[in-house]
Design a protein around this ligand. Structure first.
Ligand code: AMP
Length: 213
């Protein structure tokens, strides 16, 4: 099963992607996590991506598409995956589709987690991310057991530079301009399913499970 998560930054698609991955035994593939891991390890890719990420802009397709295709070509992705944060532009979706077509495969579901912009701005200010494993929390809606400490790996939680208020506004503008058109793209392909992302996390997950079966 190949699944794409759509939705604005902060809609909760990363959290849902992880829950889907666990329940259905699929790898969770997040391009944002891949960039952050590269940044942490000081790779050239990480340095190049940071310039865009810190400004709330998209990393150019030339860089992004290659890392994604390399990742999904790995053995653990053979039976499917949950993509989180990719595709984010129509050209990215087209490259993915053409690669899948070559293999006689396709995206089964594109799940759009819908949340209005006002809610997003409120959510992102309270978001905290683990510097080590990338797990995300929210000070109000999904707090870690111990303040500032990751439940999963015990490392430190931070407000990511790309979650700072001005950057969030920029990211939302970029989302509406470049990523939202993907909703229509996957609707035309008959793969689109929409869920109400303003509901509590577990109810959003129940709605997704009802779709995936
Ligand atoms: P995320 O964790 O998915 O919100 O991604 C964080 C940042 O990484 C984004 O704001 C972009 O700068 C960059 N990024 C992640 N995925 C992509 C993508 N598919 N295309 C371009 N940039 C991306």
């Amino acid at each position: 099963m190949k699944i794409i998560m759509l939705g604005a930054p902060g809609a909760g698609k990363g959290t849902q992607a992880k829950m889907i991955a666990e329940k259905y035994g699929l790898p969770h593939v997040s391009t944002g996590d891949i960039f952050r891991a590269n940044l942490k390890n000081g790779t050239e890719l990480g340095k190049q991506a940071k310039v865009y990420m810190d400004q709330g802009q998209l990393v150019p397709d030339e860089l992004t598409v290659k890392i994604l295709l390399d990742r999904v070509a790995q053995e653990d992705c053979k039976n499917g995956y949950v993509l989180d944060g990719f595709p984010r532009t129509i050209p990215q979706a087209e490259v993915l589709d053409s690669e899948l077509t070559k293999l006689g495969e396709k995206i089964d579901w594109a799940i759009d987690v819908e949340v209005p912009d006002e809610n997003i701005i409120d959510r992102m200010g309270g978001r905290r991310a683990c510097v080590k494993c990338g797990a995300t929390y929210h000070v109000k809606y999904n707090p870690p057991k111990t303040e500032g400490v990751c439940d999963a790996c015990g490392d430190k939680l931070i407000l990511r530079d790309d979650d700072a208020p001005e950057t969030v506004k920029k990211r939302l503008a970029v989302y509406h301009e470049q990523t939202q058109p993907l909703i229509e793209y996957y609707e035309k392909k008959g793969a689109l399913k929409e869920v109400d992302g303003t509901l509590p996390m577990n109810e959003v997950f129940d709605a997704i499970c009802a779709i995936l079966g």
